[in-house]
Design a binder for this molecule. Structure first.
Ligand code: DGL
Length: 265
């Protein structure tokens, strides 16, 4: 048994979809969550800025005696994970490989779509990893930069004309390609699951990258014992985070949310 906490981080709220999955499948684990809400979004930043922020987020999590880090952010997993993982002695699990493995197992036609932030799509990491999993796959990617701000503003319900219009605009191209599997390559996007599923139709399976990394971490780690506890930290207003967190976690945060001066790390 290893009761040390697992560090989980994201640029903001999106990583809470991974925490939700961890609560479901790893209820014994202690979790330290950091959301860099003062600097979100990462997806529109340069690789240098994303690497710098990632090093600071990881340094903060390592101020606790953690057993592993789950990178609940596709942008960081795509751009900075390899570099930062090679600099530290704590295992780091990113979202990209688990999502690619699941998509490669799921597809029947071999035609896979990937949606994500501009930085994730620009990195080309999903094409590389999917082709490593199954070289014959055909992959179609699309950056959807408006999804994160819309999700953070709660525009996620089917029937909301704003989100339905933006979904149709971004996904029309992928629909035309005849994909049968779509990777939600951003941990904010599971909140758009119903709107995206309705637009793409029942023949397209959606892969939740944030949930896949939780499953992967569960298989890789020595488990904890007892009732796990999650502590939350952010780099901007804790109350603002707490008021939106319920949407991502499907439940309220009871305890105090800590505020971190992340620039110090
Ligand atoms: N949740 C982040 C991801 O999975 C996206 C948010 C951002 O752009 O910072 O890429």
């Amino acid at each position: 048994m290893d009761n040390r906490p697992i560090g989980v981080f994201d640029s903001g709220m999106g990583g809470l979809t991974t925490v939700r999955r961890m609560h479901e499948i790893m209820p014994h684990e202690n979790i330290i969550y950091f959301g860099d809400t003062g600097r979100v979004p990462y997806g529109t930043r340069s690789p240098d800025a994303i690497l710098h922020y990632t090093r600071q987020d990881v340094a903060f999590l390592r101020s606790f005696d953690i057993k592993a880090i789950v990178v609940a952010c596709n942008t960081v997993s795509a751009v900075a994970l390899e570099t930062v993982a090679s600099e530290i002695d704590v295992p780091m699990f990113g979202v990209v490989w688990p999502a690619c493995r699941k998509a490669a197992e799921t597809t029947r036609t071999g035609r896979i779509g990937v949606i994500g932030t501009a930085a994730t799509v620009r990195s080309g990491v999903y094409e590389r990893m999917l082709q490593r999993a199954r070289p014959e796959l055909e992959i179609f990617t699309k950056a959807c930069p408006l999804f994160v701000p819309l999700v953070e503003n709660g525009r996620v319900q089917p029937g909301d004309i704003v989100i339905e219009t933006v979904v149709a605009e971004y996904l029309e191209e992928l629909k035309q390609k005849g994909i049968d599997t779509l990777i939600l390559g951003c941990t904010h996007y599971p909140l758009l699951h119903d709107v995206i599923a309705a637009y793409m139709g029942p023949e397209v399976r959606l892969i939740d990258s944030g949930a896949e990394v939780a499953d992967f971490a569960r298989r890789m780690l020595i488990p904890a014992q007892g009732q796990g506890k999650t502590r939350y930290f952010v780099s901007d207003d804790p109350e603002c985070f707490r008021s939106l967190a319920g949407l991502f976690l499907h439940g309220e945060i009871a305890d105090e949310v800590g505020r971190v001066d992340i620039a110090k790390y």
